[in-house]
Ligand binder design. Structure first.
Ligand code: NAD
Length: 494
């Protein structure tokens, strides 16, 4: 990608220079300027939506098999760019190179391959003769131009989660990545074009949420706003989308509980808690943030989690030995640090971390807090950093009640070897995903989406097609009678 001369908007199959001014992008791990970006203007959004509209007719009419062939070629093309994608993902987010190479890039390619297959399996109810003397059938149709807005935590995977179900179902899309991390989304769109996906099917506009995000949501030719980001912005999007009555799909914040029951394997739960709370430096909407631990295991669990956290290598994200890189910005790091400090000030204890090393990069050590109260900020609010709060419980009912006691409901885990208890927990925890004796694994075949303030609608899996298609009922009469019997109800043939 020739980022300096070609511009940072990808519209109608080519890079363009945005007309909305310029801004510097910072490498969060070094604190240094990484590049100067051109931003889109509202006129560029207009062009991108125009390109997506022009491409819709032909793309939506292709057979599922033809779209699948394009997606398979796209997956192959991404494979040839895996190293470049991983390096750029690490540079723009500060995440460890192991995450980029072993999680973000292969996960994205797997998603492309999944949707190549899923495109050929868009299903509806079987045809049936429900009204008598006629057959009803379902047509599942693409809905039009999708406007998507994505966050900075997993820029490449979020672009994939938004773009793939939309285009596999025959829609075209304009995506606005976070202005902090647009690089791999642009490369993703460029690779799609190189693989033969027609111009205008995937467009990317780069700019601020306030200006470019809002212009995209408000655009009358955009039929659906698909958003992943914070709950506050998601609510604003819903409000704006109501102006034109468009469909909304919201993947919002999370505050996942990790519940360690009395019979759990403490060592496994401690490992799960550390991996689950520090993945992507805790900037993961499904990250383990609240550990509720049976009081009989509490001391053993917290001691082990603190040991494992203290042993983690935090630093240069490009070093393969690094476990955890930087957070997304110094400003965000300071917000995380201030939540921990306020918890300390209110009497909580910090058993591991709680430290921001002296460095121009946005680093923060994996942190374990105990002694906070259930109603405190650190337990109730999304922090989006590598911070786990542990609280003890006595009974199963209490554990479930505490797990459900935040506004969010995206993901949760239950740690137990009692099958009946695992089934009760899976049923009673209000979240879009409940892991048992695990925390984090996601797969392309299974849906990802929230309950409560974590939003609605699903990413990944065939369930995501529900968001990106219209279901149409077609009824075909079996006869050529001029007057049908049921019409007597309205007017009798005289
Ligand atoms: P954010 O809400 O600040 O920004 C997300 C995107 O919205 C960015 O592209 C931003 O430019 C844009 N935006 C901001 N204001 C806007 C506005 N008024 N109109 C239109 N667009 C606007 O979120 P973030 O800080 O980038 O990401 C972190 C958040 O994302 C966390 O809350 C996290 O839980 C959430 N998240 C959720 C999921 C999920 O699947 N549920 C996945 C990843 C991240």
């Amino acid at each position: 990608m020739n980022t300096t001369t070609q511009g940072h908007q990808f519209i109608n199959g080519e890079y363009r220079l945005g007309r909305g001014g310029t801004a510097e992008r910072i490498n969060p791990a070094t604190g240094r300027v990484a590049q100067s970006l051109d931003y889109a203007s509202v006129a560029d959004v207009e062009d991108a939506v125009g390109a997506a509209s022009a491409a819709f007719d032909s793309w939506s009419r292709r057979t599922p098999g033809a779209r699948a062939d394009h997606l398979l070629a796209f997956a192959t093309e991404l494979g040839t760019r895996a190293a470049e994608l991983a390096a750029l993902e690490t540079e723009q987010t500060g995440k460890s190179t192991r995450m980029s190479h072993e999680f973000d890039v292969p996960g994205t390619i797997d998603n492309v391959n999944f949707f190549a297959g899923a495109a050929r399996n868009l299903q509806g109810q079987a045809a049936g003769d429900y009204a008598g003397n006629s057959t009803s059938m379902i047509r599942r149709e693409a809905i039009g131009v999708i406007g998507s807005i994505a966050p900075w935590n997993y820029p490449l995977q979020m672009a994939a989660w938004k773009i793939l179900p939309a285009i596999a179902a025959g829609n075209t899309i304009v995506l606005k990545p976070s202005e902090l991390t647009p690089g791999t989304t642009l490369l993703f769109a460029e690779a799609a074009t190189a693989a033969g996906i027609p111009d205008g099917v995937i467009n990317v506009v780069v700019g601020t949420g306030r200006e470019i995000g809002e212009a995209l949501v408000r655009h009358p030719q955009v039929v659906m706003s698909s958003f992943t980001g914070s709950t506050a912005v998601g609510r604003r999007i819903m409000e704006m989308a109501s102006e034109t009555g468009k469909r909304v799909h919201l993947e919002l914040g999370g505050k996942a509980p990790l519940v360690v029951f009395k019979d759990a394997d403490v060592e496994a739960a401690a490992h799960g808690a550390v991996a689950g709370s520090t993945i992507n430096a805790g900037q993961d909407c499904t990250a383990a943030t609240r550990a509720y631990v049976h009081s009989s295991l509490f001391e053993k669990f917290t001691k082990r989690v603190a040991e494992l956290m203290d042993a983690m290598v935090v630093g240069d994200p490009t070093d393969p030995d690094t476990d955890m890189g930087s957070l997304i910005s110094l400003g965000h790091r300071d917000k995380v640090a201030s939540v921990v400090q306020r918890a300390r000030d209110s009497g909580a204890s910090v058993l591991a971390g709680g430290l921001a090393p002296e460095h121009p990069g946005a680093f923060y050590r994996p942190t374990l807090v105990t002694g906070a109260t259930q109603d405190s900020e650190i337990v109730q609010q999304e922090i989006f950093g590598p911070v786990l709060v542990a609280l003890p419980f006595e009974t199963e009912d209490e554990a479930i009640e505490l797990a459900n006691d935040t506004p969010y409901g995206l993901a949760a885990s239950a740690w137990t070897n009692d099958l009946n208890l695992a089934m009760r927990a899976a049923a009673q925890i209000q979240a879009g995903c409940v892991w048992v004796n695990e925390h984090i694994p996601i797969v392309s075949e299974m849906p990802h989406g929230g309950y409560k303030a974590s939003g609605f609608g699903k990413d990944m899996s065939s369930y995501s097609f529900e968001e990106y298609t219209n279901v149409k009922h077609v009824l075909i009469s079996h006869d050529t009678d001029v007057h049908k019997e049921w019409q007597d109800t309205v007017f009798r043939q005289r």
